[in-house]
Design a protein around this ligand. Sequence first.
Ligand code: NDP
Length: 329
Amino acid sequence: MYQSSNNRYEAMHYRRCGRSGLKLPAISLGLWHNFGGVDPMENSRAMVYRAFDLGITHFDLANNYGPPPGSAEETFGSILRSDLAHYRDELVISTKAGYYMWPGPYGEWGSRKYLISSLDQSLHRMGIDYVDIFYSHRPDPETPLEETMSALDHIVRSGKALYVGISSYSADRTRDASRILRSLGTPCLIHQPRYSMFDRWIEEGLLTVLREEGIGSIFFSPLAQGLLTDKYLNGIPADSRASKPHGFLKPEQVTQGKVSKAGRLQEIAKRRDQTLAQMALAWVLRHPEATSALIGASRLEHIEDAVATLRNLTFERDELELIEKTLSS
Ligand code: NDP
């Protein structure tokens, strides 16, 4: 029987999520890759335990994580049931709906019909009564924003989620969504955008909206799926995401330009006494609007490496300038 470490709250930092009462760990763990039905259960289980032992209280899922879709929720449900159930009140579990899940007109996007049915399925797969955070996984260009937001409000009122969030919404749509949710009495807790040294779209307006609206943020793929680590510096390893048929990082995305920048960034990281992955995480967490960096992992060491980032989160001005120069070269 798993017993968590008594020191689990000692190393982690917890940051307030926007203007809410909820704090999230500075490092959270996502189950997009390496927790599906195709992955060894023992490794998935060991990573969840290690994460929790290191103070990672937040685990991020979505209806479609796997493969096959839904299987990451089943894996997490099974770990929860067997060993983590008595820690439920120490965990923040999130899931999402937005991408394709089942055939027909009600199996994706942002209708009330899809969101509510999908959450019911997710709760069933995980064997829990509620999630802590439920997200609209992507903006739907056709469904009225009012419908999607009122479905989120309904979900909170029905007790199936404690908070709601949005993912990958543009700055303008985020402001609109936030206003609608506030008017309904269910404030938007959090936004989940992609953000890393290699993808900086949120700097063009979204961060300002999050600050003004009091919404927290959790940045996904802060390591650019592994490109901002030492993994690809000498080619594509056989067990890496880029070499797996179901991996979302395709070999053609491992470009010479990215690898060469990663190599130069690693030199800066070394001078900070950090790994490249740690510097990349510290870099996304440098914003006052940043609540959490949402990492992925395929082995325990990735989680340990990420949590050790917290030993040095500060940057000198010349380090930031050198990083800018490297990224724009
Ligand atoms: P990262 O950018 O953190 O990439 C994680 C991958 O990087 C790992 O699987 C591993 O690759 C590699 N890695 C991590 N640490 C190290 C290290 N120290 N040394 C070498 N390699 C390392 O995040 P993800 O892309 O996995 O996304 C994280 C989470 O974000 C997801 O699980 C999901 O919860 C969320 N997400 C949300 C989306 C949305 O639309 N809202 C979309 C995508 C993700 P390898 O497996 O090859 O070993």
